[in-house]
Design a protein around this ligand. Sequence first.
Ligand code: FAD
Length: 321
Amino acid sequence: MHPHPAPHGVSINGLYPLNDTSEVQIKAGRQSKLSFEVFPAKTEKAQKALLSELRLLYAYRPTFISVTYGAGGKSQAGTADTAKQIQKTLNTDVMAHLTLAAQSRDDVLATADRFSAAGVRQILALRGDQPHETVSLPQNPFEDTVELIRCLADRGWDNIRTSAYPDIHKEATDADSDFDWLLAKFDAGACEAVTQFFFDADNFFRLRDRLDRYGLANKLIPGILVFREIEKMIGFAKNCGVHIPARLHVELSRSRQTDLEEAHCLSILLDLLLRLSSQGVEQYHFYSLNKAQPLVTLLDLLDLPKQGICAVADRQPETCY
Ligand code: FAD
């Protein structure tokens, strides 16, 4: 593994060269707000395994843990259950994702009500993708994400987040229309936007600068994919329209399927986080892929303090050891 980066702040593989080393101290490290994303567990065994992984991450006191919803149009039922389990077991808020694609308005709202009944108070409002399988068109669907956000706000949800795309959404006609759509989602009632994962920090900063003109710069939370396998990450990036800078492609090809692969993935993430932190980012959302260890290694490299690990069954933070 690489040497500890803080406090020297040396860019490990030179992808994001940083000039002033004093800038790159992870000052954000001690103050940063962290959140973690998981996907719903499908079986009881997987649920148990997920909770043990989250127990390790809970030590970093996330501001919330988010649970995805039927990515790809499948398995939508588990979100409320998993959210409920997480809230019951760990003393942390949960944000449930909710998509509207290929569902009737009534079904979407029934799901939101299920989240509510499970004690969930935070929601990530999304359009989602049409499922690959041919499905019949739903009755009376939501028109788009803006309409969904407005409706959730009218129904009393006051902690609504939405998505943002530093590399521009793959269906967007151009950066301006993508940005206008993001503004429309804020106008409709979203309080923050979590980004798609990205590797080009400049694209994130560009989006943040545009939001700054509307007083929304600190409402943009960077999404960081904690990947361990280069091949898989490239597949995700392709699917999601995420730009991998040419230099990173070259870097990655050197360690693909070698003993250094996992360490190299971490060093790339570390570089990205150092770069974000050096530009004042203080809030990070990690796509955990339901695995704690790579994230724990990353957070420890960043010198983020642990605040005690809670026994899984404990709800009270003071019972942490
Ligand atoms: P929107 O933001 O509504 O639209 C996507 C883009 O299309 C916009 O950025 C804009 O460029 C364009 N657009 C749409 N409507 C208009 C319009 N009327 N006028 C102009 N431009 C328009 N998917 C899942 O299935 N389950 C999940 O749990 C999930 N979680 C996610 C979490 C995060 C943080 C992110 C970033 C994505 C997540 N996704 C999830 C993926 C997401 O569903 C896909 O990226 C999907 O293609 C777009 O959904 P959206 O809500 O971002 O769409």
